[in-house]
Design a protein around this ligand. Sequence first.
Ligand SMILES: Nc1ncnc2c1ncn2[C@@H]1O[C@H](COP(=O)(O)OP(=O)(O)OP(=O)(O)O)[C@@H](O)[C@H]1O
Length: 701
Amino acid sequence: MRPALLDPLFSPLDTLPGIGPKTGELYARLLGRETIDDCRVVDLLFHAPHSLIDRRRQPGIAHAPQGAIVTITGRVDRHQPSPRGRPNVPYRVFLHDDTGELALTFFRVKGNWLEKALPIDESVTVSGKVDWFNGRASMVHPDHMVRAAEAESLPLVEPVYGLTAGLAPRALRKTIEAAVARVPDLPEWLDDALLGQQGFRNAKESFHRLHEPRDETDIDNQAPARRRLAYDEFLAGQLSLALVRQRLRKVAGAPVHATGHLSGPVLAALPFSLTASQSAAVRDILADMSGTDRMLRLLQGDVGSGKTAVALMAMLAAVESGGQAVLMAPTEILARQHHATLSRMAAPAGIAIDVLTGRTKGKERDAILERIMSGETKMVIGTHALFQDAVTYRQLALAVVDEQHRFGVHQRLRLTAKGVSPHMLVMTATPIPRTLVLAAFGDMDVSKLTEKPQGRKPIQTVTIPAERTDEIIDRLDSALRQGKKAYWICPLVEESEETDVMSADERYQTLVSRFGNVVGLVHGRMTGPEKDAVMLAFKNGDIRVLVATTVVEVGVDVADATIMVIEHAERFGLAQLHQLRGRVGRGDEASTCILLYKGPLSVAGHARLSILRETEDGFIIAEEDLKLRGEGELLGTRQSGTPGFRIASLEAHADLLEIARKDATYVIEQDPDLTSERGEALRTLLYLYRRDEAIRFLRAG
Ligand SMILES: Nc1ncnc2c1ncn2[C@@H]1O[C@H](COP(=O)(O)OP(=O)(O)OP(=O)(O)O)[C@@H](O)[C@H]1O
């Protein structure tokens, strides 16, 4: 149960003053939530200011720099209201100090409030931006106006927040102030040594300082208050991952003893031998699975590095030892493709392999469920349908999750909550920097495929302006005559999937009119069987130019495709381009990747395309991507269960992440159920940062 002291922070956001039904929508948008009902007061605490307005400058009117925000105290001389019937002429109020005159300028003034606020001969203090025009100083709609005697009440330093269209800065500031005022006294969940060493204040004070900065140094990522809160955020994440992990480990997997009677013939029949890093990964996995602890391993490998073969070896070992193995893919297309590939590769083992996705229906589905339950089916490939309630495994020994960043910790939790406790192998396609692995997966064991299979030729990557598209089509013509296969990827248009499909369809039409029926089209709006049919035709060569939206991005494997054309390459992210390019260069023939771009390129767009031209190394590309984009985006959105940190920054606070990881490990060793005094405080931390799914899990186990 959530500690009662957090209640004020977990009441609906619209309990704060100034949020009505209309503004509620704006706040939801600001916080990246669907509706205001999903927002809690606490969410606003993590909306940190990005800069501040300093009103401490009081230079005197004549010395106020153009465009600067200043505070001025002077005497009101006269009012000059808009002439009757001409509301577009502004209302001006003139005041002076020892150095000069200032015109306060107001548009569309109704009523006589200005006369009350700025009485003639009164000494007033105003603050806002000064503009100079023809030697006259003016201030349009001052941010603040008070009697000089009350100047003390002016906020001299104000935080500035990221906004969303329609939300006024001042209103947001007021609402956040009200949210901060609700922060209760919190129990201290950090230990004294760390507090001392880092110079951290307590969490409540840190929230206050975050939103009530005193000067520029408080805005910096390295400001103590920010570091404290970043640390808390990391610790909450690491702790929840560590709790899950501990729990997963405790539920002992059945030890798997590989005999080699299935993998032997399969290996012998493969048209290649495993690379050294594939073999090393298989060894790690077999060693893990033969122990009494449950395996939790991440298999990281760049595009085309051969993760599937490694997964197959692990799955065969599970079957050899009398168990079942599943492989869960993020999409229908991939599940079907994995099923086709694995069935072919594993044919010499002579075992039953089924595929189960959301599309599997009726009698077929019943039959598969029956076979899974009886244990007749040894391997199942599918989507998350594999873990629905209706599916009962006879003896699930290994679950391979082809993650591609689309699943999160939550799915893995669900898997275990179902009562199955198989060994777990998570595959990720994009090489992610270590800090990100840590943040997203916690302390998992990692195997890396560091080399590509032998005989791969480098992919020649060129960037070409879109104006030369016709030239590319001509070149494609001669390539097709030589029997080559090409992908043609169409732009990703932000607004809607429909527009994506339209542009792909247009390109398809032009290419069909040139090349006839060797051109195929695949996009997200097609039904599963339609997509399968096209992919199959491309694989077996009936189709040789495949026009596609980004559905082919991850994992599609057609080894003899050697040309990749990407239209509007400037619209794609770096990691995505790398994934797309990785669809070619998978066999022993030389491949080409043509990045068509529409200029002028932004600085970042230019950087992305250059990096891609320069290197094929996914690790370098991932690091560069992190620099260009920031970590949140790299992992996808929060909703998908990946850690979009709100205060912590993996780059600025990498040192803290490392400490938090150790801290979390220590906590779990000392107090696995979080029952000590610090443990109780840490539960509060987990709730505060909405990482409490791990607590529910604790209780369940
Ligand atoms: N040791 C090897 N030698 C030669 N070819 C290999 C080897 N291992 C795998 N392959 C082949 O390389 C291609 C890519 O393998 P796979 O599909 O497993 O890559 P991947 O790591 O899953 O990459 P992606 O994330 O891009 O899908 C496949 O056609 C596969 O048959």
